[in-house]
Design a protein around this ligand. Structure first.
Ligand code: ING
Length: 312
């Protein structure tokens, strides 16, 4: 008996600043219904799927940005996603900006968050983005801000793997996919499918020479992460021209071999579907990447003891 699951990367086109959450939810429900017609069991939505990518603007008083965050999940606005998914018996993964209730010190925490919801509509996993790119302070000379380090705290919990959908599922968000540690930490927990939403501006302000390589880098990191850890990877974009900034599409589903088995053709709302056999992971986990047999943690010390490179 194989452990096959039909998965869809539910790519979203742009969400403009004035687009309501309700309109984003309606687009996601439309994709859920199309997924159901195609026998899909798990739908993965992008990072920050309910709003525009608001870190492209800087506001001196961060409370002016509070309306971009979700204070509860589900809320009355997002409940319809849960209701329709449960009606269709489809699990889903959703990225959004989260602001927590005040902690014991009265501090409200702001995270770039992703949840995993099972086919009964129950939240079975929550992830807070670990690798926060961009900058913390206003950089007025930029054509647009990427102030994620101002708007989000790095997730303190690291990476986890949840037993769901008959396998072991992990989550990461956007910049996380560029760091091999993200995949390896889940690989060391036996992950079989990693779900990753992203919002990636094609223009990379610190080094515009990378712009032309955004699609290549996007595929490169997810294909290598999948192969080196014997896991499926589902990468899902918010794509297209969003408030004047071109966001990369190329949502894709990558097999444990590192092969891309399905990829988006547009930069708009689009379902990318593949039937994924979780047992394919064994072909790599039990041979080339038998971690317990081949890894050498006794020489890997600097990977966790050092942050930056030391040029001695
Ligand atoms: N976005 C980008 C990402 O890592 C970025 C940041 C853009 C990095 C372009 C490099 C080049 O895909 C998020 N949201 O992490």
């Amino acid at each position: 008996m194989t452990r096959e699951i039909t998965v869809a990367a539910a790519q979203l086109g742009p969400i403009q600043r004035t687009d309501s959450r309700e309109s984003a939810v309606a687009r996601m429900i439309h994709l859920l219904r199309e997924a159901s017609r195609n026998g899909v069991e798990l739908v993965v939505f992008p990072e920050l799927a309910l709003t525009t990518f608001f870190p492209r603007w800087f506001v001196e008083n961060i409370s002016e940005a509070d309306h971009w965050y979700e204070t509860e999940m589900p809320s009355s606005v997002t409940q319809p996603i849960f209701d329709v998914a449960r009606e269709l018996k489809i699990g889903f993964c959703l990225g959004y900006a989260e602001i927590t209730a005040p902690d014991t010190n009265g501090v409200r925490h702001r995270f770039n968050t992703q949840i995993l919801v099972d086919r009964e509509g129950k939240i079975v996993g929550k992830y807070h983005k670990v690798h926060i790119p961009g900058h913390e302070h206003h950089e007025p000379d930029r054509p647009f801000q990427h102030a994620e380090r101002y708007y989000f705290e790095p997730g303190p919990e690291g990476f986890d793997v949840w037993k769901a959908f008959g396998g072991r599922f992990g989550m990461m968000i956007c910049n996380d996919r560029r760091w091999p540690e993200s995949y390896r930490l889940m690989g060391l927990k036996g992950v079989e499918m990693i779900l990753c939403g992203y919002n990636t501006p094609i223009h990379y302000v610190p080094d515009p020479s990378q712009d032309i390589l955004q699609g290549f880098h996007n595929s490169l990191v997810m294909q290598s992460g999948a192969y080196q850890n014997g896991t499926w990877v589902v990468g899902v974009a918010k794509a297209g021209l969003e408030e004047g900034v071109e966001l990369l599409g190329q949502s894709c589903i990558v097999a444990p071999s590192g092969q891309i088995v399905a990829q988006a053709l547009t930069a708009d709302d689009e379902l990318v579907i593949a039937r994924c056999d979780l047992d394919w992971c064994k072909r790599y986990k039990e041979t080339l990447f038998d971690f317990d047999k081949y890894r050498r943690p006794e020489v890997y010390g600097p990977i966790t003891s050092q942050r930056g490179a030391i040029l001695d």
